[in-house]
Design a binder for this molecule. Sequence first.
Ligand code: FMN
Length: 89
Amino acid sequence: MLSDELIAEIEAADDILITVPMYNFGVPSALKAWIDQIVRVGRTFSFDGQNFGGLVTGKRAFIVIAYGAAGYAGDFKPADFVAPISFSY
Ligand SMILES: Cc1cc2nc3c(=O)[nH]c(=O)nc-3n(C[C@H](O)[C@H](O)[C@H](O)COP(=O)(O)O)c2cc1C
């Protein structure tokens, strides 16, 4: 099925680069559809009822975000659903 094919692509990759524009404060629907295919419990992540764990390891993921506006700092920060937290992984 498509989900297996997309996960196999990720597993075969050395590293992962995701480029994403902000669309109406969130990610484009095509990217969300891809995320929904690759995020699978027991396959790409584990969940023991309390903690989540990643199951695809040994590679780096980079996310490049493009904004059309001047940025979502200050009062607008809660409206940013593309990078709502600062990434420090
Ligand atoms: C449907 C649509 C919705 C968008 N919504 C936002 C938005 O909410 N915030 C924002 O900063 N930019 C928004 N943009 C602008 C895109 O983020 C911008 O086009 C993208 O980063 C690429 O930059 P460019 O158009 O200068 O090439 C939107 C663009 C489109 C087409």
